[in-house]
Design a protein around this ligand. Structure first.
Ligand code: AMP
Length: 206
């Protein structure tokens, strides 16, 4: 299965991507994680990406698209993948479509995690990650950067919802609730439930 996970910063994309990808038996590919690994490894790509990331801006499309294209060409992504954090602009979505077409592939579905903005700000300002045994705040989770990232999302990424809806690929799910509940909604929306009892139904369309 080839799936894109869409949603604003703080919607829980990273967490859900890991769990859903494992259930679907495909790699979770997070552009944010790849960029962060390159920043820590002080690679050329990391140096190019860093200033944009620290400011809460998008890394330019040409850098990001080339990186994703080479990642999707790796053997483990042949049978499917779950993209987390890509595409983030209409131009990236168009490039993704044509890169996949070159490989004789297309997307099976796009899942949008829906969370209202107050909840996002609350989650992001409290979020910490484990680095070298210590819980630290991501530089781009500082309050002023968070506000800017949400603005960038609204302006540049949220139009993707309509883009994928018009292609008949989009399912929206309510991403508030326990991690397992949201995962069940996600799998149900993708038509990939493993028969587990959930008592929950997708909150969006589809
Ligand atoms: P994330 O972990 O998905 O929140 O991404 C962290 C940061 O990495 C973003 O704020 C951007 O600076 C950069 N980034 C990740 N994915 C993309 C993308 N698809 N296009 C441009 N920049 C990206």
């Amino acid at each position: 299965m080839r799936v894109v996970l869409l949603g604003p910063p703080g919607a829980g994309k990273g967490t859900q991507a890991q769990v859903i990808a494992e259930k679907l038996n495909v790699p979770a590919i997070s552009t944010g994680d790849i960029f962060r690994a390159n920043v820590s490894g002080q690679t050329e790509l990391g140096q190019q990406a860093r200033e944009y990331m620290d400011a809460g801006d998008l890394v330019p499309d040409e850098i990001t698209v080339a990186m994703v294209k080479s990642r999707l060409a790796e053997p483990d992504a042949k049978a499917g993948f779950l993209l987390d954090g890509f595409p983030r602009t209409i131009a990236q979505a168009e490039q993704l479509r044509s890169s996949l077409a070159d490989l004789g592939q297309e997307l099976d579905g796009v899942l949008e995690l829906v969370v209202d903005e107050d909840e996002l700000v609350r989650r992001l300002s409290g979020r910490r990650m484990l680095v070298d045994g210590e819980m630290v705040q991501r530089d781009d989770d500082k309050p002023e950067t968070v506000r800017h990232r949400l603005e960038v999302y609204r302006e540049q990424t949220s139009p993707l919802s309509g883009f994928y809806e018009s292609e008949g690929l989009l399912s929206r799910i309510d991403a508030i609730g326990a991690v397992e509940e949201v995962t069940e909604r996600a799998l149900a929306a993708l038509g990939a439930t493993d028969g587990a009892e959930t008592g929950d139904s997708p909150a969006g369309d589809d």
